[in-house]
Design a protein around this ligand. Sequence first.
Ligand code: NOJ
Ligand code: CA
Length: 562
Amino acid sequence: MATHWFKNAIIYCVDVDTFKDGNGDGIGDFIGLRQGLSYLAGLGVTCIWLLPFYPSPGRDNGYDIIDYLSVHPALGDLGDFAKFMDEAANRGIRVVIDLVVNHTSNEHPWFRAAQRRDPRYYSYYVWRKEKPPNTKDQVAFPGQQSGVWQYSRSAQAYYFHRFYDYQPDLNTANPAVRDEIKKIMGFWLTLGVSGFRVDAAPFVIAHKGPEAEKQPHESFEFINEFREFLSWKKGDALFLAEANVAPDQMLQYFGQRGDRMNMVLNFFVNPHLFLAIANESPEPLTRSLLQVPTIPEESQWGYFLRNHDELDLSRLTELERARCFDVFGPEKKMQLYERGIRRRLAPMFSGDVQRQLLAFSLIFTIPGTPIIWYGDEIGMGDDLNQPERNSVRTPMQWSEENNAGFSTAPAKKLRRPVIDFGRFDYRRVNVRAERRDPTSLLNRLERMIRTRKEYPEFACGKYRLLESDRTDAIFAHACEDEEGNAVVAIHNLSREPVKTKVRLWTDKLNHAVFLFGEKDDATVVKKDLSLELDGYAYNWLRLKSREVAVGKNRRVKKTTRR
Ligand code: NOJ
Ligand code: CA
């Protein structure tokens, strides 16, 4: 099946400074990341998404950049980056990077010049002279920002900042700014990256004038412009949007002909998936999948469970959100920005491995590309003593050695403390320990990754939701490619074991083979696929046609998959 590489990719998201410290100074770096590549290759990862690694004062975990064409000195230099890229390529792993061009740091030389009213750079940013209205309800981080305009004494004007006040928005309506963005893209493409995750995409293209906070319209043609540049530089590059927008807005990000973003992170299905798990019922998930638009054939959804930010529940109703808070983050300190949960996956599920696998299985089978937040593959915990979203950004737990094997530096020099308390203590939860245990989350997930890659139908087949006689608990769907290869995934969202009949759409595919577990075949009678699943269990099946004819019990034709 010829298809774009990113459709059948397994993406793994890494924060370089908390993944592995290669030179013993307490901060993760590109040397360490290069050493970690064997592990990622072994896990089956095919693409790494790097969070911002550029020079930055680090007030927003690197999303406040002062130089787009370089590497933060604590993480290495461009040489270390190139060496890492080389090694990743040798292992067949692609790399995509964060493109953070909605804003710069207020310490970026462009902004410094703009504040001095340098005529070239002043128009790189968004200004207004008059006192702004109250914009408290426009902020990205409620409780942390008081508005979206900040007065600059030296410029004698207010500058616009959708995010923190130290992140002035770039004026993307200015063609010179768009040229800078293309220069940045071209630079990293030349160094070998396979694409970009576009930070805050809706804000990058939002109208930004003296009334920027009103956001009257977006300039989607900017995305076309960037994508054209990208495809010209590298035909198969990935343009992945962070666009947390309502379903009726989503299609515009892909473009009718798929000529804008080729992947969009699905921030609508994500909270509904968590609600489905909270309610032990597939209904919210099914509902959300039916609400999102059908996307162009070459395009793809990006699915994730947790990421480096809070679990954003703002697309749920108040009652639904309250339900998720109740189940996954009941204490105030677990919640953030009045809309989200700042915990990792494993603690949200009280460490229940089966439930974590159920959630992974959902994002591995609904049509899209799965993205794993580093550490979630071993069920790492969070540190609620860390401010805001840093709770989920603690060092990777490699082993039971000092500092979880993350660094040989004295503990007080670590970028962030390792988790050395409670149920998710690194002496219990770490890569080395899970490697040895065949039933560990890590080993079962590795198998899931392998299976997903073996069946690209999940990635690019036509998908359909399937009816069952237990719609209260069972989420079942199928994916079929053009050659008639078909797979089915069945999930039991309830804690109780369930016996169910799932209705197939055809009577031609009457032989179902389990892809997990010890049993070989499931029974299919007149389109009804019967099976039993334990509480929170899932299974995937390959469908084939069985033609029993002529001689006694002799299969004359057993169609093979390919
Ligand atoms: C979205 C990123 O995911 C988040 O971490 C960051 O704070 C904002 N964009 C601002 O760059
Ligand atoms: Ca280091």
